[in-house]
Write a protein of this length. Structure first.
Length: 238
């Protein structure tokens, strides 16, 4: 197997065809065409690629794959100091299966991401991906913890947390649309940071779409540093 890409088992099993992730910088020069031919011959139907710059038009004219720019992502980072702030409406999700409101919120978050922006992935497929994601998250297979914000017993906001090597991530985050602008996002962020700090995290990494100006403004106000954009591509076999 080439060191330039890796097969992603979960995605391959879900779609029932080979799915791979290309390593960084592998498509930035003429060698990129050789890699495209290689993964084509490995019968990889879908490949994910993240680039610091938009891909060249000449590379897109290859005979093997069609390129879809599914997201221009702004990475964000924040150094953590001691945080101890847990809103009374926020708690750890402790059941072994997500309730309907939590599933819908996970699907809302997913629809705003790269899978939701890929014209080759149906809404039904996208919803199923993120239903499975939140199922695996509450069972600690995809996340370290799941935080939920409840209003009158209903879950109206959530965040998944993942911790490793002193770095914290929030892979999935959403607030019900009718509750936006009420401070719930900030409350969830502070609770997430409190949990991460207690687990030895000193730096939090996340990201959002360049088009989502409201989210970017919120993150900036909350102390996150916005980095240079990344271009997220899905490559579909021709």
């Amino acid at each position: 197997m080439s060191e330039q890409f890796e097969i992603i088992s979960w995605d391959t099993d879900f779609f029932n065809f080979n799915v791979a992730r290309l390593k960084a910088d592998t498509l930035k020069d003429r060698k990129g065409l050789t890699l495209l031919e290689e993964i084509y011959n490995e019968d990889i139907k879908l490949a994910y690629y993240v680039s610091e710059n938009p891909l060249s038009e000449s590379l897109k004219e290859n005979p093997f794959y069609k390129f879809y720019l599914v997201m221009t992502r702004i990475p964000i980072v924040k150094q953590l100091n001691e945080v101890n702030d847990f809103h009374r409406n926020i708690s750890f999700y402790s059941d072994d299966y997500p309730d309907e409101d939590l599933i819908k919120l996970a699907q809302l978050a997913g629809a705003q991401g790269r899978f939701g922006n890929d014209p080759n992935i149906t809404k039904e497929q996208c919803d199923e991906i993120f239903e499975n994601y939140i199922i695996n998250s509450v069972n600690k297979k995809m996340a370290t913890e799941v935080l939920v914000y409840r209003e009158n017993e209903r879950i109206i906001g959530f965040s998944t947390l993942k911790v490793g090597n002193g770095i914290g991530y929030a892979p999935l985050f959403a607030v019900a649309r009718e509750y936006e602008g009420k401070g719930i996002s900030f409350a969830l962020m502070r609770a997430a940071e409190s949990v991460m700090f207690s687990k030895g995290v000193t730096k939090v990494l996340s990201g959002t779409q360049n088009l989502n100006k409201k989210a970017l403004a919120i993150y900036k106000r909350y102390g996150f540093e916005l980095k240079e954009p990344e271009y997220v591509y899905h490559l579909w076999q021709k």
